[in-house]
Write a protein that binds this ligand. Structure first.
Ligand code: SF4
Ligand code: SF4
Length: 93
């Protein structure tokens, strides 16, 4: 299990012109603007979990990191639970 970025559409202001995460993500074709709703969209399979997008979105806090099931590609959301799992990963060595 590893962490990937997840966009909280209710907080994302891409519809107001923000493109910070798209500009700073080092992985090609990893974050797009979804033109159906004008919000940022992470392509989970391409995300390397570097956390840069979460850092550059610190004003709006629209991106958080969450564990993903490598077998199914399913992101395991759940606020504190996701963060706790992330910490657990770090300490698992
Ligand atoms: S940096 Fe944050 S607010 Fe800006 S487009 Fe990306 S997710 Fe949305
Ligand atoms: S965590 Fe890194 S690789 Fe993943 S979407 Fe954010 S900036 Fe891109």
């Amino acid at each position: 299990m590893y962490n990937v970025a997840y966009v909280h559409e209710d907080k994302c202001v891409a519809d107001k012109g923000c493109r910070l995460c798209v500009m700073y993500c080092p992985e090609a074709d990893c974050i797009h603007i979804d033109f159906s709703n004008k919000k940022a969209l992470v392509i989970t399979e391409r995300c390397k979990g570097c956390v840069l997008c979460e850092v550059v979105c610190s004003t709006h806090k629209a991106i958080t990191m969450h564990p993903v099931n490598g077998a199914t590609g399913e992101i395991i959301l759940g606020g504190e639970a996701g963060e706790a799992a992330g910490l657990g990963q770090a300490y698992a060595g």
